[in-house]
Design a protein around this ligand. Structure first.
Ligand code: BES
Ligand code: MN
Ligand code: ZN
Length: 502
């Protein structure tokens, strides 16, 4: 498999006081009011006459004798936050995509903390330059970017340098998540992703344990085994443990669980639409986001203990596949009657969530491309967020806002809708009715999280984009990686609280 996270992390990023010799494209921040940087050599009215109003993320190439000069809009300078800088840096990177050495003063153009600003600019420039090269014969598709210089006053260079390092780590992680999800299914099965996790372990400071079919049978992971039954490829569950340096017994402990359906055909309830099949290699995006986030924690000095489970298998139809009406016994002992084999994500997640509860963690977050209904509800850019503890949901929501991976809370409505999962023969069925599919899926999952504060992210919408845009390139987005990193690094055990929308 190609490794484009390597392409992102091989870009050299540094800071300098002035534009270095080799930089052929330079981007200068322009605010919506106030002076225009003199280096651009143009007046405000010239910019305006050319349709440039300094909106966040707007760019205009300015004529210049040597190289490319770009005016980069940041809107109101006093309101520019990390999100504005990410948009601006991504736009500049795209405007200069034919160049290999870029320089910009974006990290030094606002009143934002220099480390935070440099992180945002680095992260967005690197992610905007990401291309999935895949199995193409020509290497033209790869990004040209090899060097990025962040222009900053020397008194801030140390802080800018720290931001650059964090930005590089985080962009590398998100690029890895994209890479895993973009990879064709035959090139990344459950055993392959488990191997990737094992390979990442030592450098990332992770303990990595891999569980095969026999292990899963011994552990009673009926959800994993049931979904895997139709596949010729064996399942893998991967447990990752990150323990911060010098952690004592009191350190806060977070669990992450990722849906790792390596290919979702629907099983016997086979998907009837080729366009859906086409993107179901990305049904492991949750597991990809978790693995990628975990891979960055040590480099970022994350103070939280984090244990993660990747629940990996295909969902295929065959003579041995799960049948409708079959009943599975899950890791926590609850029984599930199968009414639709295409509702498989919740089955594999159930076992991971049960194990997280047994681990005695302070909170659980899972991430999954779980329901088409999430896409219907909030569209392709916003993930659905649900859970059982409002304080914990609010923490996930705050992380989402900080990193610019948008989420919106839906109500869990257990009291109203739990009955939709009632089964005559088992503790519950695996689907609800025709409506509120994201909610009934979440209620199902919450049956496996006991009293542990629980939040669920349904990323069926934002798992991919259909065209190049901002920090994203057509294909997998790596959505959730940056959110999970932020969540882990800022984690404290949530206070007990029922969900406002329970
Ligand atoms: N992986 C799909 C959900 C999905 C759909 C993700 C589109 C990304 C884009 C999931 O396993 C699934 O098939 N869900 C079913 C559930 C239904 C059978 C209750 C769905 O949403 O149709
Ligand atoms: Mn499915
Ligand atoms: Zn699925």
């Amino acid at each position: 498999m190609t490794d484009a996270s390597h392409a992102v992390s091989s870009v050299s990023v540094s800071t300098a006081r002035s534009v270095p010799e080799g930089a052929t494209a330079v981007g200068y921040a322009v605010a919506a009011s106030g002076s225009v940087p003199r280096q651009l050599g143009v007046s405000r009215s010239t910019l305006t006459d050319n349709g440039f109003h300094a909106k966040p993320g707007q760019t205009l190439a300015v004529p210049s004798n040597d190289g490319l000069l770009v005016a980069v809009g940041i809107g109101d300078a006093d309101e520019a936050d990390a999100g504005v800088l990410r948009r601006a840096a991504a736009a500049f990177t795209r405007a200069a995509s034919s160049h290999d050495h870029l320089a910009t003063n974006l990290a030094d153009a606002t009143s934002l903390d220099p480390t935070e600003a440099a992180q945002a600019v680095t992260e967005a420039a690197l992610l905007a330059s990401y291309r999935y090269v895949g199995l193409k014969g020509d290497d033209d598709v790869a990004s040209n970017l090899t060097e990025l210089t962040l222009l900053a006053a020397s008194k801030r260079s140390k802080q800018v340098g720290a931001g650059i390092e964090r930005g590089r780590t985080i962009a590398g992680a998100a690029a890895l998540a994209r890479e895993l999800a973009n990879t064709p299914p035959t090139y990344l099965n459950a055993a392959d992703i488990a191997r990737r996790a094992v390979d990442l372990g030592p450098d990332a400071g992770l303990e990595v344990e891999v569980f095969d079919r026999d292990d899963l049978e011994q552990m009673g992971c009926g959800g994993m085994l049931g979904v895997n039954r139709g596949s010729t490829e064996p399942p893998r569950m991967v447990k990752l443990t990150y323990t911060p340096d010098g952690a004592d017994g009191d350190v806060a402990h977070l669990a992450m669980v990722g849906k790792g359906i390596m290919y979702d055909s629907g099983g016997i309830s086979i998907k009837g639409n080729d366009a859906f099949h086409q993107v179901m290699k990305m049904d492991m995006s949750g597991a990809g986001a978790v693995l990628s986030a975990m891979s960055a924690l040590r480099a970022l000095d994350c103070p939280t203990k984090v244990t993660a489970w990747l629940m990996c298998t295909d969902n295929m139809p065959s003579g041995s596949a799960l049948k409708l009406g079959d009943v599975l016994t899950m890791r926590n002992g609850k029984t599930v009657e199968i009414h639709n084999t295409d509702a498989e994500g919740r089955l594999v997640l159930a076992d991971g969530l049960s194990l997280a509860v047994e681990e005695g963690v302070d909170a659980i977050v899972d991430i999954a491309t779980l329901t088409g209904a999430a896409l219907t509800a909030l569209g392709p850019e916003v993930a659905c967020l649900l859970g059982t503890n409002q304080n914990w949901i609010d923490a996930v929501s705050a992380a989402s806002e900080r990193v610019g991976e948008p989420t919106w809370q839906l109500p869990l409505e257990t009291e109203r809708y739990r009955k939709l999962l009632d089964s005559v023969v088992a503790d519950m069925r695996n689907i609800g009715g025709p409506y509120a599919g994201t909610i009934t899926a979440s209620i199902f999952l919450s049956e496996f999280t006991g009293d542990v504060p629980y939040a669920h992210l349904d990323i069926a919408g934002p798992m991919k984009v259909d065209s190049d845009e901002g920090i994203y390139a057509k294909g997998a987005t790596g959505f959730g990686t940056r959110l999970l990193i932020d969540l882990a690094c800022s984690f404290s055990a949530p206070e007990p609280a029922p969900s406002r929308l329970a």
